[in-house]
Design a protein around this ligand. Sequence first.
Ligand SMILES: [Cu+2]
Length: 484
Amino acid sequence: MRTAPGEHGYARPVEGLVVVVDLDAGEVVEVADHGVVALPPQPGNYEEPWIFEDGNVPAVPAYRDDVKPIEITQPEGPSFTVDGHAVTWQKWHLRIGFTPREGLVLHEVAYADRGTLRPVVYRASLAEMYVPYGDPAPTHRFKNVFDQGEYGVGWLANPLTLGCDCVGHIHYFDGVVNDNDGNPVTIPNAVCMHEEDAGIAWKHTDFRTGAVQVRRRRRLVVSTIVTVGNYEYGYFWYLYNDGTIEYEVKLTGVISTGAIAPGEVPAHGTLVAPGLYGPHHQHFFCVRLDMAVDGPRNTVVEVDSAPSPPGPDNPHGNAWQVHRTVLASEAGAQRDTDAARARYWKIESADRTSALGAPTAYALMPGGNVPPMYSPDALFAPRSGFTQHQLWVTAYDETQRFAAGDYPNQHPGGQGLPAYGAADRPLEGGDVVVWYTFGAHHVVRPEDWPVMPVSTVGFMLKPTGFFDGNPALDLPPAADHCHE
Ligand SMILES: [Cu+2]
């Protein structure tokens, strides 16, 4: 309930009232009233002017006045070139795509290495995102949203505005989706591309001679931001000039809220304001990586580190080794992260070896992650099987694009990754698709109210024996910018 125009729409939830509507018949089927809970007293407004009622202190009485301008200038323009949807930036080559369901898609990501264009990823896309809530209350238990499979994150993309969402020299790409009658609809500036200074690329001071060498790292940022009801999700691909690829989801917007009686403490959430709480929940993302490391024939290898057993090969107790396990077929390629073993996965070329004799490879390096907290017999669990493991590898099939199936809410369960892997097709040296599921765990904080500071989750693809040494040695020094 908003008590005035422009008020925060999530500050005063009407708790306890659930209305079931038959959308086909256009009828109210049921009104369930689970009892009255007082409306939370504070308006929770976060935009100027800060409207507040008598007796409530505004969260923000004024803007801080000590923020001086930072200007990003690129006097010679950007380092990228754009030809339609094809982009070249330093040694990276790629094409930028966009679909109604997946939003931003990268195609044919390749790196020009000493005159040879070497493929890395054929197609990279978001394959599902899923937000289950952990509160059994009647007004919250049904929140189990498949944001991509139900809504489509391309349809929900924001038109981005210069100087706010992205800074620097920006190139925008429009997104084209369809309306309910199949007509094309253009979302202007749906994808933003720019480059950023990204700190130090590498540095060494020779302490004996005093010689210093340092280079600046830079990244190409390709991003899109979607609004899914209360939440905003930013999907950011970063290509670095040391060959690293990073994917980062930025979560912001407004938490889903419930009202609670004064003096009560929520059992499945966190109090964020008087009479207002945010239920526990998780956000799961799955990214589909149709890999092509030095060509279409790749092998995925799990890499664990472990202490060596005591004995003659480890007389001092300090030894540890790296163990490789080839993921040879789909049944054995449903794997979990393991921080205790520093686990990562290598995607190796089956056709090319480096100068040192090993298969050229990129490694998928997990970032923050969390397993699902819901029980396997939860009502919705059969639809979200892709969250049961973090890494899935499948044999390429152009019809297999979505981690929870084509229509997550219109099948009896088990579709998507569990069904794709059920055939147990061989993987070694084949055209493989790597699916990485990662979760953002959200025990809500009071600081997430009334609008949430950006929180991030993601992963990296790092060259691991792809290059013969540091590929960023040829970055030019920028010494003239280092002194006043
Ligand atoms: Cu959240």
